[in-house]
Ligand binder design. Structure first.
Ligand SMILES: NC(=O)c1ccc[n+]([C@@H]2O[C@H](COP(=O)([O-])OP(=O)(O)OC[C@H]3O[C@@H](n4cnc5c(N)ncnc54)[C@H](O)[C@@H]3O)[C@@H](O)[C@H]2O)c1
Length: 415
């Protein structure tokens, strides 16, 4: 592998420039080419990065860009065809979230990446957040007791999308964090919402997800709120964590608060809940730009053939949840059994924040990504999400044969 990984980014709209900025800043990556149909966007990027080649034609970008790795930051409908073409051309590929429009498309990309022996990674940016890693550490250390439920709210005004509803746009971030904290996929969900502004696309939704041991999560997503809210509450049996991602510094607070029911009582009159209100504390978290950590992790995975923290399987689990949410919306909020969507526990996936001892899913040995920088939300919006935290070491995963992969796929699709 060359001393620097040659990177090209397709999609220079809202989010693409954040990826471009980060790849341009990495010492072991070379931003070689960018691609966008919109020549004004291309010119804007080339004004900022004069040495970068600009293409309006994606096929030429792939064929002539001299690229080792391709980053796809176009609308969701283009993720699968663009990622597939890049993988078939032997490039390592990072695709923005969600990986694709369907689990069938995800499985296809996983299959091609495996066949070509290249890295497929999805931009679940929050898995690279130092704040999310800190929360996971607190939970895993047992500080808050047994998790009872998690609630997440991601609200703002816009940005309205035409091809996906608000769940597909905003919930992937919350879902990736929730799955990471629980360490498993939900067994079922329901989702309700309305197309308030447009006639067809739901712009406000609420999803309930059920997990083992009677644990649950609620995810509220909205493009119709005057304030930008990025809030998650993790309720444990002993303590509770409130994570406010819009807070400039102190993003996590741990509350020594709980409610207990009396162990023994003979009559209902004797029944009293015991409320405990204790102190709260603010854990220290090193500020890093999660997106920079994510980009560095992708470069490390490409260089050393590591399995990414946010690999194809994680992306597939998340897309299956999104598919199930769409089904529930079609059925006016009916409960959907996730087993019907073939979701599998992410427990085999590498845990973010650990050092990497894994493979890229193609049987090659993996290593570890180091986290890097500060805090970089773009001013454009609403959907902008932070990346932070160093990816953790992935566990070594045995190479899946093409036959095994086909088996997984056929059982998932026949379910
Ligand atoms: N990780 C995050 O926090 C985050 C935040 C926002 C968006 N995103 C994701 O980033 C992706 C892009 O979102 P966005 O808001 O930047 O969209 P956008 O519409 O602003 O930008 C997409 C760009 O792709 C270009 N494009 C369209 N068709 C093309 C083609 N055939 N060839 C080349 N270029 C083409 C468009 O001209 C446009 O400039 C989406 O997948 C979205 O989910 C991620």
């Amino acid at each position: 592998m060359a001393s620097k990984i040659n990177v090209g980014v397709v999609g220079c709209g809202y989010w693409g420039p954040n990826l471009i900025r980060n790849f341009a800043s990495l010492h072991d990556a070379r931003l070689r080419a960018v691609c966008d149909l919109n020549v004004q966007r291309l010119k804007h990027i080339q004004d900022l990065y004069p040495n970068v080649e600009g293409y309006t034609d994606y096929s030429r970008f792939l064929a002539e860009g001299k690229l080792d790795a391709v980053v796809v930051a176009t609308s969701v409908g283009l993720h699968h065809p663009m990622a597939k073409a890049a993988l078939e051309a032997g490039k390592h590929v990072l695709v923005e979230k969600p990986l694709a429009r369907s689990s069938a498309e995800c499985l296809d990309l996983i299959d091609v990446a495996q066949r070509k022996g290249v890295v497929l990674m999805v931009g679940h940016t929050f898995l690279y957040s130092s704040v999310v890693r800190r929360i996971k550490q607190i939970v895993d250390a047992g500080d808050i007791g047994e998790i009872r439920y998690i609630s997440a709210r991601r609200l703002n005004l816009g940005l309205f999308q035409k091809d996906i509803n608000v769940t597909w746009d905003l919930a992937p971030h919350d879902l990736s964090i929730i799955l990471h904290i629980f360490g498993e996929v939900p067994h079922g969900l329901n989702c309700s919402g309305s197309p308030t502004v447009s006639a067809r696309v739901q712009d406000i939704t609420t999803m309930w997800l059920g997990f083992s041991k009677n644990r649950s999560a609620i995810v509220q997503s909205s493009w119709l709120d005057p304030r930008k809210i990025r809030e998650m509450t993790i309720v444990g049996s002993r303590r509770m964590i409130v994570y406010d991602d819009t807070a400039p510094l102190e993003k996590i607070r741990v509350f020594d608060a709980r409610v207990e029911s009396p162990p023994h009582y003979d009559t209902f009159a004797e029944f009293h809940y015991a409320y405990h209100y204790g102190d709260q504390y603010i854990p220290y978290v090193k500020q890093e730009e999660p997106l920079k950590v994510e980009c560095q992790h992708f470069i490390d995975c490409a260089r050393y053939n590591h399995r990414p923290v946010s690999d194809g399987q994680q992306a597939l689990n998340l897309v299956r949840i999104l598919e199930a949410s769409s089904r529930s919306l079609e059925l006016n909020g009916a409960r959907i059994d996730l087993a019907d969507f073939g979701a599998t526990s992410p427990s085999q996936s590498p845990a973010p924040g650990s050092t990497n001892g894994s493979s890229n899913g193609n049987g090659k040995h993996a290593s570890q990504a180091e986290s890097t920088s500060g805090n970089g939300h773009s001013s454009k919006s609403a959907t902008a999400e932070p990346p932070s935290a160093a990816p953790s070491p992935a566990k070594r995963r045995p190479r899946k044969t093409a036959a095994a992969l086909r088996k997984v796929r056929s059982s998932a699709l026949s379910a």
